[in-house]
Ligand binder design. Structure first.
Ligand SMILES: O=C(O)CC1=CCC(=O)O1
Length: 96
């Protein structure tokens, strides 16, 4: 199942810099592991914003929820999810 996910990151201004640096490093490590596993298919920065557009390929909504809520930055993100299904005019399959 494919999901389009937008994540807006809002770190509190009062957060110590070393805590923010650690959170971002932990987030990056998990994001890269999930990309290696094929679960996090696309990860794009939205130009000019501390936000991303991602595409996840998971087996269920429950798996997506577990994955998103396990992200180190999750407590500081607004997350919007859109389930995707195949468009009848698309010439691509879900693997491309
Ligand atoms: O920087 C972001 O958009 C949040 C994020 C998601 C994966 C990652 O490494 O950072």
């Amino acid at each position: 199942m494919l999901f389009h996910v937008r994540m807006n990151v809002n770190l509190p201004a009062a957060m110590p810099a070393d805590q923010a640096t650690q959170l971002k490093a932990d987030e990056k490590a998990l994001a890269q592991r999930l990309q290696d596993q094929g679960k996090w298919r696309h990860l794009w920065r939205i130009a000019g914003q501390y936000a991303n557009i991602s595409v996840f390929d998971v087996d269920s909504v429950d798996e997506l929820h577990a994955l998103l809520t396990s992200l180190p930055l999750f407590p500081y993100m607004q997350v919007d999810v859109m389930p995707l299904c195949r468009h009848p005019s698309s010439i691509r399959d879900n693997d491309s």
